[in-house]
Design a protein around this ligand. Structure first.
Ligand SMILES: Cc1cc2nc3c(=O)[nH]c(=O)nc-3n(C[C@H](O)[C@H](O)[C@H](O)COP(=O)(O)OP(=O)(O)OC[C@H]3O[C@@H](n4cnc5c(N)ncnc54)[C@H](O)[C@@H]3O)c2cc1C
Length: 338
C-alpha cells in the first residue's frame, strides 16, 4: 500500500528533486480512512496532494504524502435556473470545467485551464479573470483527520477571502476535502467579460456577445499566451500573492508612483499588482542558477531544468527583501513551500 522513498518530482508542477519518506495513492473515502488509521498514517506527519500545482517541495518530506485520486462528477440537483454538480476531490479541475461547459452549465468558464484538482480549489479559493471559486461554490464534504468523521461545509463555514479560506487558517491540516458541490446556471448565464485581458481579446476576435464556451476558449487562449506550460517549464503559477494595503498606504504609494495599478477591494483596502512591483524592481526575466522569474509574467517563478530547493528559497527571499526595501510592502508566498 505504501511506497518508501518516493520521488516527488513528477507529483508537483515545479518539478524539484525531493522525496517523500512514505507515499500512498487513495481512490476512495474508505481507502483514505484506512490510510489515516494505519500505523504509518498515525505515526507520520501527513501531507495531502492533488495536482501539486500550488506546492513546491524545496526538500525531502519526512512523512507520508497522500495523493488524492478519487474520481467522479455528476449532477446532484436542480432548482430554478440553478444546477448543482458534485465533483470528487481527485477530478482534474480543467476537465471538470470542460465537462460543465459541454452540459451547457455556466459559471466555471472564467476559471478554465487553472491546473490542479477539485479538492484543492476551495483551499485557496482559486480565482482568475474576475471570478473566484466562492462565486460558484455551494458546499463541500471533508473528512476530519482526528475523528475520521465526515462534515459538510456551507459557503459561510469556509470563510473565503482572496486566495484564502478557513482551510488555510484555523482549520489548516485538520480536514481532507472529499468532494465539492458547485451551483451553476442552466440558462441566462452571467457572462463576465469586464476583466481587461478578456474584453481586449473578445474585441480582437470581433465577438460582442460571447457564449460560455466562447468565453472559455478566450480564457484558454490568453492563459496559453501568458503563462508557461508546467509540462514544458516547471512552475507553480503565481509565486506571490497580490498584496493588500490600506487606503492610506496606497495613497502614499500613488503619490510616489502615479502609474501604480490597484484594485479597490473596499473603501479601506486596495489590492496591488505584485507583478508590477516585481517588474518595476527589475526582477522580471531574471535568472539565478536554474531558477528565475518568467520573462512574460513577472509573478511566475520558473524551473529552468535543474533547480534545487535552496535556489528557490534564496530567490524568493531576495525578492521579498528588495520589494520591502523599495516599497515598504511584504510579499507573501501564494504557493505552499515545503
Ligand atoms: C501555470 C499555473 C497557473 C495557475 N493559475 C492559477 C490561477 O489563475 N488562479 C489560481 O487561483 N491558482 C492558479 N494556480 C495555482 C494552482 O493551480 C491552484 O492553487 C490549484 O487549486 C492547486 O491545485 P492542486 O490540486 O494542484 O493543489 P496541490 O498543490 O496538490 O495542493 C495545494 C494545497 O492544498 C492541499 N490539498 C490539496 N488537495 C487537498 C484536499 N483534497 N484536501 C485537503 N487539502 C488538500 C495541499 O496539501 C496543499 O497544501 C496556477 C498554477 C500554475 C502551475
Amino acid at each position: 500500500m505504501f511506497t518508501r522513498s518516493q520521488s516527488l518530482r513528477d507529483y508537483h508542477t515545479f518539478g524539484l528533486a525531493a522525496e517523500a519518506r512514505y507515499f500512498v495513492s487513495v481512490r476512495s473515502t474508505a481507502g483514505l480512512k484506512a490510510v489515516l488509521t494505519s500505523a504509518v498514517g498515525r505515526e507520520n506527519p501527513l501531507l495531502f496532494l492533488g495536482g501539486g500545482s500550488n506546492t513546491v517541495f524545496t526538500r525531502d518530506f519526512d512523512g507520508l504524502v497522500v495523493h488524492l485520486n478519487a474520481k467522479g462528477k455528476r449532477v446532484v440537483g436542480a432548482r430554478g435556473n440553478s444546477v448543482f454538480v458534485r465533483a470528487q476531490a481527485g477530478e482534474d479541475w480543467h476537465e471538470l470545467v470542460c465537462w460543465t461547459l459541454q452540459q451547457g452549465f455556466g459559471g466555471l468558464e472564467n476559471l478554465s485551464l487553472i491546473p490542479g484538482r477539485v479538492g484543492a480549489a476551495p483551499i485557496q479559493n482559486i480565482g482568475a479573470y474576475g471570478v473566484a471559486l466562492e462565486d460558484v461554490f455551494h458546499e463541500l464534504s471533508a473528512l476530519e483527520i482526528a475523528t475520521n468523521e465526515i462534515k459538510t461545509f456551507a459557503r459561510s463555514d469556509c470563510c473565503f477571502g482572496y486566495r484564502d479560506s478557513v482551510f488555510k487558517g484555523e482549520l489548516k491540516g485538520r480536514y481532507v476535502i472529499l468532494s465539492v458541490v458547485f451551483r451553476l446556471t442552466r440558462a441566462d448565464h452571467r457572462i463576465r467579460t469586464s476583466y481587461g485581458a478578456i474584453s481586449d481579446e473578445l474585441q480582437r476576435r470581433g465577438i460582442t456577445d460571447p457564449s460560455i464556451q466562447a468565453l472559455s476558449r478566450v480564457v484558454v487562449a490568453i492563459r496559453q499566451r501568458q503563462l508557461p506550460n508546467p509540462k514544458v517549464l516547471g512552475n507553480s503559477g503565481s509565486f506571490f500573492k497580490n498584496p493588500v494595503v490600506s487606503a492610506q498606504r496606497f495613497e502614499a504609494l500613488k503619490a510616489r508612483y502615479p502609474d501604480i495599478p490597484s484594485y479597490p477591494i473596499s473603501p479601506q483596502k486596495h489590492k496591488l499588482a505584485a507583478a508590477w512591483l516585481i517588474e518595476r524592481a527589475g526582477w522580471k526575466g531574471c535568472r539565478k542558477g536554474d531558477v528565475g522569474m518568467y520573462a512574460k509574467q513577472a509573478l511566475v517563478m520558473v524551473n529552468h531544468g535543474g533547480a534545487i530547493g535552496t535556489e528557490v528559497l534564496e530567490l524568493a527571499r531576495a525578492m521579498q527583501a528588495d520589494i520591502h526595501e523599495k516599497y515598504g510592502i511584504e510579499l507573501d508566498a501564494e504557493v505552499e513551500l515545503h
